[in-house]
Design a protein around this ligand. Sequence first.
Ligand SMILES: [Zn+2]
Length: 262
Amino acid sequence: MSHLLADLTWTEVAEVKHRAPLLIVPVGSCEQHGPAMALRTDSARAEAVAARLAAALAPEVLVTPCVPFGVSEHHMAFPGTITLDPITFQQVVYEVVRSVYRHGWRKVFVLNGHGGNTSALGVLLDRCLADFPDLQIAAAGISPVVNDISKRHAVSEIFGHSCEIETSQAMYLAPELVRDDLRVAGTSTRAELGPIGALARSGLAIASHQSFATMSALGNLGDARAATPEIGEELIATYIERVVPYLRALIAAPPTTLEVRS
Ligand SMILES: [Zn+2]
């Protein structure tokens, strides 16, 4: 039977629910990814990684449909980008989680394909802790889990969006979304970011938000020409290797009960 919740009938869901205690909720974005990658790159990566996790943990996992829109205000200068307000995005994921909670699931993993969603997902986890104390929920991005491998393969001082690392992932996971002949270098040095941008990316723990158009004319960082599907395969294989034990532990964890100390 499929690992995709929405490909099942309700009677099939009722039947497999007990042997699939973990639900993965992929979340992505519809936003510009430079000249060489399609707008749904983050959603496609999240879906493809979710499928690999489900295969590794079969039959204990089902995967919900991907939330196709994310928090992409910083990419709105580029045609086609669709953004949700961070509050709306967080509410959409909250209501997906609440729905599956009402159907009896108590273990949820939110698999995030888009860095811009991270803060909103942090708020989501805080809300879930208050509203569903017996829900065991976790969230993680893709690239942050394998940051050490990314650094080893990065050829640019500045990378992160539609760069050699993300493009490698897309070439491996969803090659149909990559325009190979249009892979070009983007903003790849601190100097190109100007003094404030350079300092913000120098390891200082200062949060700042700005339109991507002020950082990169084509909407990309790093150098997508250095991307290869082999790098993507190593990143994703390492991701699976690292996340599967966590999810196994989550599946095996006893139910949480709310304890109030007196
Ligand atoms: Zn992306």
